[in-house]
Design a protein around this ligand. Structure first.
Ligand code: GLN
Length: 576
C-alpha cells in the first residue's frame, strides 16, 4: 500500500485559509479514488483546544470520541464527509506530554531524551499511526500558524526528517498571502518570497505555492514567485477570495492542482467521483431566495473587531441546511447584552426585542458563564411568545428551560446552578460526575464529551427530523452498548457540557407543556426539549451540538427542519 504525506503550511499570516486549502486537496484526492486522512497540528502548549476561550482561538470543535480540537477539524469532516478521532489532531502540549510520559515509563531505555530529535520523531510516529490505523494512503497534514514562528519549528523539523527519508512520498505545500495595498496597486509577492526563504532556512523547499489573495494571480505574479522561490511557474497556484468556501476544490481542480499533486507523488488517478461536489457548487450558486437568521451570542467582540469564528460550525450548518432547501442565508450577529437590563434601559430593550421579528429564525448557540445570560433569557421569552422559530443549542437549550420554568411554571427565581448555585429552583444543575471534576479543578477534557445516544419520542419535531437520517441512527452494536430499545428511534449526536436539566424537574416541565422529545436511554438526561406544534411552529432545544455533524452534502436534519419552518414565516409576520 502506498503512503504519501502532503504537508500544508502557511506563509505571511494566519487565517488565510490553510484549513480550507488542506480540506480541498483532501477532497480532490479522495474523489480521485484514494483513501485520505487529515491531520491538524497546532503549535500551542495547551494539550487540546478545550481550555481556550473561543474569542482567543475560534470555536472548539468536538469529535465523536470527545476530542476537543481546532475548528479546522470541522472543515476536514465537512469536506471529506468523514468522522475523525484523537488520532487526527495534536498540539505541542500533547506531543511533549506523550514524550515526557514515555520517558517516565523508561520508554527511552535510559537514553538522554532531547527536544531534537525526540519531539519531531514523536510527531512522525503519531502521523504514521494515524495513517496506518485508518488504512489511509494519503495524509494531508496541516501545520497551524505560519512558517517563521518560533513555535512551529519542531514540526517543520519533522517534515524535514520525513522528506529526507522518503523524498518521493512527501509533498510540501505553502499557502501564502499576497497583500494588495490599494486597488490601483499590484498583488505583492515579496512577503511570500520571505516565507519561502524562512522555509529554506529550516531545510525545506516547498513543492507547491498556493497564492491566497483578493484576486487571482496573474501570469506576472506567478512568474515572480516561481523565479524567486526556486519553482516552476506551473507549481504556483492561485487561491483567490471566493463567495463560498465550497467552491475552493472546484477552483483548484480547474487549475489542475490535483493532477500536479498526483504527478509529483507518482500516483495514478483511480477514480473520478468529483461530480457530487461540482453539483453542490452549482446548486449553491443558483439559490436566490433569502432566509434571515439571527444568532444571539457573546463571543464576538475582540478589541474593535467582530469575530464570528467562535460559531463557525453553527454558521456552516445554517448554510448547509439553507442551500439544500434553495435558500441563501443572511446571518446577523446579535449581541446578547443588548437585551440585558444591567446593560440597557428597559425602553431600549423593548425596542431591541421588537427587531427580532424581522428574522425568519433565531439561534442561541452554546456558551459558558454568566455574562449576558439574562439577555439571552429575554430573547427566548420573546421568540417563544411571538412564535418565532428558535433553536437553542446546549447552553441555549438550558436557558430555554430556565425561561420556561420562570415564565410558564412561574418559578421566578429558577436558574442554572452554573450562575446561581443557591437558586431555590435549580432546574439546570451540575451532572453528579462533573461535581468532582470542578472540586478538583480538573477542567481539561473532563466535560461530558463526544457522542451519546438519545431516544426520540414519536410524533415529535425531532422524530420528524431524524427519522430518515440514517447517518445519525445507532448501529446494532452501539444500540447494544447503549442498552437502547431497538424498536425506538435512537440517534447519536456530539456533546460538550457539565450541566444538565435537573432530572427532578422532568415531570413538572413535561406536564406544563415542554415536551422532552429526546432522552438518554436511562431516561435521566434530557437531550431534546421542544414545544408541541400547536403552541409554537418550531421551538427546539438540544443538549447536544447538532451543528457539529452538519455537512454540505448532508445537512444536519434538525437544522434543516429549523430552516424549513423559518423560511415559511411570511414577510407579513416579519415586520418588526
Ligand atoms: N455551560 C453549559 C454547561 O457546561 C453549556 C455548555 C455549552 O453550551 N457547550 O453545561
Amino acid at each position: 500500500m502506498v503512503r504519501k504525506y502532503i504537508f500544508v503550511v502557511g506563509g505571511v499570516m494566519s487565517g488565510v485559509g490553510k484549513g480550507i486549502a488542506a480540506s480541498s486537496i483532501g477532497r480532490l484526492l479522495q474523489d480521485s479514488g484514494f483513501e485520505v486522512t487529515a491531520f491538524k497540528i497546532d503549535p500551542y502548549i495547551n494539550v487540546d483546544a478545550g481550555t481556550m476561550n473561543p474569542t482567543e482561538h475560534g470555536e472548539v470543535f468536538i469529535l465523536e470520541d470527545g476530542t476537543e480540537c481546532d475548528q479546522d477539524m470541522g472543515n476536514y469532516e465537512r469536506f471529506l464527509e468523514r468522522n475523525f478521532s484523537k488520532n487526527n489532531y495534536m498540539t505541542t502540549g500533547s506531543v511533549y506530554l506523550s514524550v515526557i510520559n514515555k520517558e517516565r515509563n523508561l520508554g527511552y531505555q535510559g537514553k538522554c531524551v532531547e527536544v531534537v530529535p525526540h519531539i519531531p520523531l514523536a510527531v512522525i510516529e503519531k502521523i504514521n499511526f494515524s495513517l496506518s490505523s485508518s488504512k489511509s494512503e494519503i495524509g494531508v497534514i496541516e501545520i497551524g500558524g505560519t512558517v517563521g514562528e518560533y513555535q512551529n519549528i519542531l514540526f517543520l523539523e519533522a517534515v524535514r526528517i520525513l522528506k529526507l527519508k522518503y523524498p518521493k512520498d512527501v509533498l510540501l505545500c505553502l499557502v501564502s498571502y499576497l497583500p494588495l495595498l490599494n486597488k490601483d496597486n499590484e498583488l505583492k509577492t515579496k512577503p511570500t518570497q520571505y516565507a519561502v526563504k524562512t522555509l529554506n532556512s529550516a531545510g525545506l523547499q516547498p513543492d507547491i505555492v498556493l497564492g491566497r489573495a483578493a484576486f487571482p494571480l496573474d501570469s506576472k505574479r506567478r512568474e515572480k514567485i516561481a523565479f524567486n522561490c526556486n519553482l516552476r511557474k506551473e507549481d504556483v497556484f492561485s487561491a483567490p477570495d471566493v463567495e463560498t468556501i465550497y467552491q475552493v476544490p472546484l477552483n483548484f481542480k480547474k487549475e489542475g492542482l490535483d493532477r500536479l499533486i498526483l504527478e509529483k507523488l507518482s500516483l495514478r488517478k483511480k477514480a473520478d467521483s468529483f461530480r457530487k461536489w461540482k453539483e453542490l457548487v452549482k446548486k449553491i450558486a443558483a439559490v436566490k431566495k433569502e432566509v434571515s437568521i439571527g444568532i444571539v451570542g457573546k463571543y464576538f467582540a475582540s478589541g474593535s473587531f467582530v469575530l464570528t469564528d467562535s460559531y463557525i460550525s453553527v454558521i456552516e450548518a445554517v448554510k448547509h441546511a439553507a442551500f439544500s432547501l434553495g435558500f441563501r442565508p443572511t446571518i446577523s450577529w446579535l449581541d446578547a447584552s443588548d437585551f440585558e437590563e444591567t446593560q440597557r434601559d428597559p425602553a431600549q430593550i423593548k425596542k431591541n426585542l421588537e427587531t427580532l421579528k424581522k428574522y425568519h429564525g433565531i439561534i442561541i448557540p452554546g456558551g459558558f458563564g454568566s455574562r449576558s445570560v439574562e439577555g439571552k433569557i429575554r430573547v427566548i421569552q420573546f421568540v417563544r411568545e411571538n412564535k418565532i422559530p428558535f433553536i437553542g443549542i446546549c447552553y441555549g437549550m438550558q436557558l430555554a428551560v430556565v425561561e420556561f420554568t420562570r415564565n410558564v411554571l412561574k418559578l421566578k427565581r429558577a436558574n442554572t446552578t452554573e450562575i446561581d448555585p443557591a437558586t431555590p429552583f435549580p432546574v439546570i444543575d451540575i451532572l453528579p460526575e462533573q461535581k468532582i471534576n470542578l472540586e478538583k479543578k480538573d477542567f481539561g477534557g473532563t466535560m461530558r464529551l463526544g457522542i451519546y445516544p438519545a431516544v426520540i419520542k414519536e410524533n415529535s419535531l425531532a422524530f420528524r427530523a431524524y427519522r430518515k437520517s440514517h447517518r445519525f441512527h445507532l448501529g446494532p452494536e452501539e444500540e447494544k452498548q447503549a442498552r437502547a430499545d431497538s424498536k425506538k428511534l435512537v440517534i447519536k449526536e456530539r456533546h460538550r457540557h457539565r450541566y444538565e436539566v435537573n432530572p427532578d424537574y422532568l415531570k413538572t416541565l413535561e406536564k406544563a407543556g415542554l415536551s422532552l422529545s429526546g432522552l438518554s436511554p436511562s431516561g435521566r438526561l434530557a437531550e431534546i426539549v421542544e414545544l408541541p406544534p400547536n403552541t409554537h411552529p418550531f421551538f427546539v432545544g438540544t443538549q447536544f451540538h447538532p451543528e457539529l455533524t452538519s455537512r454540505p452534502l448532508d445537512p444536519n436534519p434538525l437544522f434543516k427542519e429549523f430552516i424549513r419552518t423559518s423560511s415559511r414565516r411570511t414577510s407579513k409576520n416579519n415586520k418588526p
